[in-house]
Ligand binder design. Structure first.
Ligand code: IVH
Length: 681
């Protein structure tokens, strides 16, 4: 073999190897090698291609970085038009659609494919003799723009497909920007004074339709394939679902959240379950698409105008809106943080009126370039707190005001910045983004601490919420959380809008809370950085509050999962005289500050890891976790090799697939409850 022949062979080998790793990394999200190893392979290939330019090829993975700009996009005629979809907004709408389909088909015995309606840009990819040859936008459905060079930069689009793929075929899908990429892009644009993209669709379109593919290459675009346009020279499966499986086997990325259901009720269920969970998705979806699965029925049903009768889009309620940000104000948090928040002209989003939204910190406000008086995009998804995405720069009048925290809280009389609640001095610890109120007895802090202490995940003292906590503090009944245990019924009954009955309910609730597990008491104290999970971890390693209070930073960091920041925060907390006093007061009143007697390691589920997926009927996921822990087991959020059981509720998520992959044992809800009963819960 000559050197040239060897080089050619080597180049081909490297390309195949890199394509294989691209697939693992970008399509299955399961890389086999480190980024550094990947970069090394890429480097090797680049060098060989430079040395032997005769073997250069647009299919090479080195070309994904983007070719030189084109003057304008060429036109691509779609051999088969790209259709759009009719919209549905209510369950009634989809039932009506389904009934018509059933009538036309003359049967109910067909499956429906349910998919997320990705908020991106529709594209068509053509493959000839195993290679990606043309990529086009939808355009008007008949003719689109040739954006092949740009699409080549998207790593999850295969440049080549296996030999047994059809000799000529076209797939269709949606190019989109994941939420994280979309936010980052908008923040960068805001900081550069560029207009923001209103939504991920515009952002994806703006990124893909760049005349300079190098710009496209820098945007973290991704794709999901959602149909086979056409195929020649080979028989393909005769259902939509079968085709998606087949395309997946050819290396295309198909949304793992798709589902095949048997009737329209199940499709409605799929929709509602995702309406609730859409906020947790890494991408923006604006609805679901329901498709009649058998291709023969799709032909039979045909199209009306540009819309197929065999599919429908069931839109999610809107979650975005624009409004005017009137003012930025400051609230004081539990640990004394000065938290800026936006006060806006009220605006309805998804059936809820939004007036305020947290703004995190000054750096974040500056990065997003949010100014008082700005028109802003806001978003509220599901249970998630509303969020200001960024300003609409081209609606500025010049009257907008930049936000400076220290100016905002400047007290003219005192001649210095002051806590907006108690007037104390403020400070910013080195390396931190937040300012703090220096007064631990600041009313806002005390109230927030009381609120956390009494909340459901903590001591769960019913009847004392935000406003009762504030009243009790104002009336001087409580100065710290331990004072709750010193209250008398008469004191509570004497408060505004309080009767005998509610007062004794509160006293009972306080009494009952004395027996909460140690982990909850630790969490309830509101130690910085200690959330519920960390509190459980700590309670699993220290048998009493005293043991935890006496632990050194070294003792703490020796616990797997406890880092330096947490150790430091715990030690700091217990070093403070005020906190020592609180613990003593709790102890004096008989609040249990120890783990239950049974030695942790002898419990029936000791050493076993559980994961719960989907919705349980009998209790919430939190309660399920608690029951598992009460028996000595651990409750985790993600399935891993060491998971003992996956408890499968209704509408399980992706954890089920992962558990199947790993061969993890599954329990139905009934089996799980039996197990708990057997073990004594
Ligand atoms: S199917 C006839 N499936 O929605 C079938 N479309 O209004 C048409 N879209 O232009 C496409 N996710 O950009 C289909 N899972 C999905 C989709 C999807 C997003 C977009 C697509 C299309 C538009 C139709």
């Amino acid at each position: 073999m000559t050197d040239i022949e060897k080089a050619k062979e080597q180049i081909e080998k490297l390309r195949a190897e890199i394509n294989r790793h691209n697939y693992f990394y970008y399509v299955t999200d399961n890389p086999e090698i480190s980024d550094a190893e990947y970069d090394a392979l890429m480097q090797q290939l680049k060098q060989l291609e430079e040395k032997y330019p005769q073997f250069a090829s647009p299919d090479s993975p080195t070309q994904r970085v983007g070719a030189a700009p084109v003057a304008a996009f060429g036109v691509v005629e779609h051999p088969l038009p790209l259709l759009s979809l009719a919209n549905a907004f209510t369950d009634d709408d989809i039932f009506t659609w389904y009934n018509r389909v059933v009538k036309l088909v003359g049967s109910q015995k067909f499956a429906l494919a349910c998919e997320h309606k990705m908020d991106g840009l529709a594209i068509a990819l053509t493959y000839v003799d195993g290679r990606f040859t043309t990529g086009a936008t939808r355009g008007d459905g008949f003719r689109g723009e040739n954006i092949t060079q740009n699409l080549r930069t998207i790593r999850s689009i295969p440049l080549a497909v296996p030999n047994d793929a059809p000799p000529r075929f076209e797939v269709r899908g949606e190019v989109y920007l994941p939420k994280a990429g979309f936010h980052k892009l908008n923040e960068e644009r805001a900081a550069d004074g560029l207009p923001l993209f209103a939504n991920p669709r515009n952002a994806a379109a703006g990124s893909v339709r760049q005349l300079d593919p190098r710009i496209t290459a820098r945007r973290p675009l991704d794709i999901y394939i959602y149909s086979l346009g056409w195929a020649e020279g080979k028989t393909v499966p005769d259902t939509h679902w079968g085709r998606m499986d087949y395309l997946e086997s050819l290396g295309f990325k198909v949304n793992p959240n798709n589902a095949l259901v048997q009737n329209i009720e199940e499709a409605a269920k799929y929709y509602h379950s995702w309406v609730q969970r859409r906020a947790a998705l890494p991408y923006e979806a604006d609805g679901i698409v329901i498709k009649v699965d058998p291709i023969a029925l799709q032909y039979q049903l045909g199209n009306v105008a540009h819309e197929p009768r065999w599919a429908i889009a069931y839109k999610f309620p809107a979650i975005q809106a624009t409004t005017r940000l009137k003012e930025i104000r400051i609230s004081v948090g539990r640990t004394g943080t000065l938290n800026p928040y936006a006060v806006m002209e009220p605006v309805a989003v998804g059936g809820v009126t939004i007036r305020q939204a947290a703004l995190h910190n000054e750096d974040d406000i500056r990065r997003k370039d949010i100014r008082e008086g700005d028109w802003v995009y806001i978003q509220r998804a599901g249970e998630v707190i509303p969020e200001v995405i960024g300003p609409i720069v081209n609606r500025r009048t010049g009257a907008e005001k930049e936000f400076k925290l220290l100016e905002k809280i400047f007290d003219k009389q005192k001649g210095r910045p002051a806590c907006p609640v108690c007037g104390s001095e403020v400070f910013r610890p080195e390396g931190e983004v937040m300012y703090y109120c220096s007064n631990a007895a600041c009313p806002a802090q005390v109230e927030a601490r009381l609120e956390l202490f009494t909340s459901r995940g903590a001591m769960d003292i019913r009847g004392i919420g935000e406003s009762m906590a504030a009243t009790m503090r104002r009336e001087g009944l409580v100065k710290d959380v331990a004072d709750l245990y010193y209250l008398t019924k008469e004191q509570i009954a004497g408060l505004e809008r309080m009767g005998e009955k509610s007062a004794s309910n509160i006293i009972n609730a306080i009494e009952k809370s004395k027996n909460r597990p140690l982990s909850r008491v630790i969490f309830a104290l509101g130690i910085r950085h200690i959330g519920e999970e960390m509190a459980q971890l700590l309670a699993g390693h220290f048998n009493s509050m005293d043991e935890l209070a006496n632990a050194t930073e070294n003792d703490l960091t020796a616990v797997p999962g406890v880092g330096h920041k947490i150790a430091e925060s715990v030690v700091n907390f217990f070093n403070q005289e005020d906190n020592k006093r609180i613990i003593q007061k709790l102890k004096d009143k008989g609040v249990r500050l120890e783990n239950e007697k049974a030695a942790i390691s002898n419990l029936p589920l000791s050493g076993m890891e559980f994961v719960v997926t989907g919705t349980l009927k009998a209790f919430s996921r939190d309660t399920a976790h608690e029951k598992i822990r009460a028996l000595g087991g651990t409750a985790k959020d993600n399935v891993a090799k060491q998971t003992a059981y996956l408890v499968v509720g209704e509408e399980p998520g992706s954890k089920l697939a992962r558990a199947q992959e790993l061969g993890i044992k599954q329990l139905t809800e009934a089996e799980f409850i039996n197990l708990l009963k057997e073990k004594g819960q």
